[in-house]
Design a protein around this ligand. Structure first.
Ligand code: TEU
Ligand code: CA
Length: 540
């Protein structure tokens, strides 16, 4: 289908997340690149997805895997060139695939020219106003301006040294110290990002994923974080004006463009505020991503999501994982199947076989709920979290910033296995000079695209069939559902015309409701009993 035929495509798309460092490495330096992605585009169109979201591809010192951006209008040379990205966009469009770029407006790299000028110019540099420079507390100014805890753990301020060598002001960074926060109260910051937005939309990008979208504004009086009081940097009301102006820009293009928010907020109403008709088009459903493998909890998450989105006619999204969270197969194999940044601990026992069975059922659940669905690269291969990466090879700043307690996010970012029996599994060419930037487990020989292709029981073929059916069946995609009567521990819903999905999360087999055909099951179903941890799609 050509990309112009479905105007509000984001409402029911299947969106595949490519993590550029780990997708495919064409030049053999062990790091994924644009040329590698272009070689593997056929894989994505064959998988049947509608759009591809690319993690940040900008020049970056990689203090936070590219979320520390040094130039928002160029491409990291390790990944390739702007010309190659332009060709990628054209090729993807030719195959009916839409492209989503990742924009990081909350902060930049400490190597960004504005921040460099702010440091070099000393305390009076006008560029300091583009960031949050403040004197320290205490007689010598050696105490940070606030005691805020950053999103990666640890403090949020780093002290600078003046050009004359004396100790200077502190600057704010909600993430790593190499990621100074922009001051969004400054008109130049706003104008700059409107221009950057146009830069990418002008290049034919169909959507923009907005990183840390709820964090941009800060309370300039810098109060401490107090339970029950307004938070100094989460979800300030004024942030909505920024997205209203971005929406006007996006809507100014003839072809439909989508703004997609990364909004982590526990309050569903505060979350959907970002999706009002004149703001963002859609946002990731982290409520669903964080939910336990439990029928009552999932039903509550699904109902709460749909009800809240319906109030403003916004499309729901269904997300099982991304590059920040524990891989689904690992999470669902643990005793505690929820996700939270605070309780993410490696080495907790996990039953990968059980986790895989559940992840298969979860795939059929998330691909049949009303709205859009996201697939994080490797989810379709059933990859698990790599928990034994040697500490010396870990790259994620979360690891050192947590005092080496939180293992960080490297375990879900290991390069994809494509072919062959040994690392690099076709991720890099056979004659590559360098090993992949994170080591791949030897056991991934059974998880490669090649090994799974044509195996009717593989995760990959399950995803391929489910996405194909989702395209064929008019009942799937955006719309509504109604719940069917079901025993405790079972999710059963129907969608018109003539479709039902039943997921058994209880520990005993349950009868499958009367139906015409079984369209697809997450594992073999014998007769009319649905085994535990299994999902089935039915023609009614
Ligand atoms: O993640 C943002 C993010 O996960 C936090 O804002 C989240 O709210 C917090 O950790 C919860 O306590 C995005 C990217 O996805 C991530 O990879 C980057 O490291 C981060 O922004 C900084 O750019
Ligand atoms: Ca490379």
């Amino acid at each position: 289908m050509s990309t112009s035929e479905r105007p509000r495509w984001w409402r029911d798309a299947v969106i595949y997340q490519v993590y550029p460092r780990s997708f495919a490495d064409a030049n053999g330096d062990g790091i994924g690149d644009i040329a590698g992605i272009r070689k593997r585009l056929g894989y994505l169109s064959e998988l049947g997805v509608d759009a591809i979201w690319f993690g940040p591809w900008y020049p970056s010192p990689m203090a936070d895997a590219g979320y520390d951006v040094a130039d928002f209008r160029a491409i990291e040379p390790v990944f390739g060139s702007l010309a190659e990205v332009e060709e990628l966009i054209t090729e993807a469009h030719g195959q009916g695939l839409r492209i989503i770029a990742d924009l990081v407006p909350n902060h930049c790299s400490d190597q960004h020219p504005w921040f460099q000028a702010a440091l070099a110019g000393g305390p009076d540099a006008p560029e300091r106003d583009l960031f949050w420079f403040r004197p320290g507390r205490g007689p010598d100014g050696d105490q940070p301006p606030t005691d805020w805890i950053g999103e990666f753990g640890g403090g949020t301020w780093t002290r600078t040294t003046n050009p004359d060598g004396t100790a200077g002001d502190w600057y704010l960074h909600l993430f790593a110290a190499q990621q100074p926060d922009f001051n969004w109260d400054h008109p130049r910051v706003r104008a700059e990002f409107e221009d950057i937005l146009r830069f990418w939309l002008d290049r034919g990008v169909d959507g923009i994923r907005i990183d840390s979208a709820a964090l941009l504004l800060k309370d300039a009086t810098l109060p401490e974080v107090v339970a029950g009081a307004a938070h100094p940097f989460h979800d300030l009301d004024g942030v909505h004006d920024i997205y209203r102006s971005w929406r006007r820009i996006a809507d100014g293009y003839p072809e439909p463009r989508a703004l997609i928010g990364e909004v982590w907020l526990p309050d569903r109403q505060r979350f959907t505020n970002y999706l009002r008709p004149d703001e963002l088009h859609t946002a990731f459903n982290f409520d669903f991503l964080s939910c336990a493998w439990d029928a009552a909890a999932l039903r509550e998450s699904i109902d709460g999501t749909l009800a809240e989105h319906a109030t403003i006619d916004a499309p729901a999204t269904w997300v099982l994982s991304n590059h920040d969270v524990t891989r689904v197969v690992t999470r669902y194999g643990r005793a505690d199947t929820t996700f939270s940044f605070a309780s993410k601990r490696e080495g907790t026992y996990t039953d990968l076989e059980l986790g895989t069975v559940r992840a298969r059922a979860a795939a059929l659940l998330s691909l049949s709920l009303p709205g859009a669905a996201y697939v994080y690269q490797g989810e379709e291969l059933g990859l698990w979290e790599v928990e034994d990466i040697p500490p010396a090879l870990r790259q994620d700043p979360m690891f050192p910033r947590s005092g080496f307690v939180d293992p960080g996010r490297d375990g879900c970012r290991v390069p994809l296995p494509w072919t062959g029996d040994a690392a690099p599994f076709g991720f890099s060419p056979d004659d590559a000079t360098t090993v992949p930037w994170l080591p791949q487990p030897a056991a991934w020989k059974d998880q490669t695209v090649q090994a799974q292709t044509s195996d009717p029981h593989s995760m990959l073929e399950l995803y391929r069939q489910a996405i194909r059916l989702r395209r064929e069946l008019p009942a799937l995609g955006n719309g509504t559902l109604h719940w069917l009567p079901a025993p405790d521990g079972v999710l059963a819903f129907a969608r018109d015309p003539g479709f039902a999905c039943v997921v058994n999360l209880s520990d005993t087999p349950v009868p499958i409701p009367p139906h015409q055909d079984k369209l697809l099951a997450s594992r073999p179903v014998d007769g009319d009993l649905l085994p535990p941890d299994t999902a089935v799609w039915l023609r009614m």
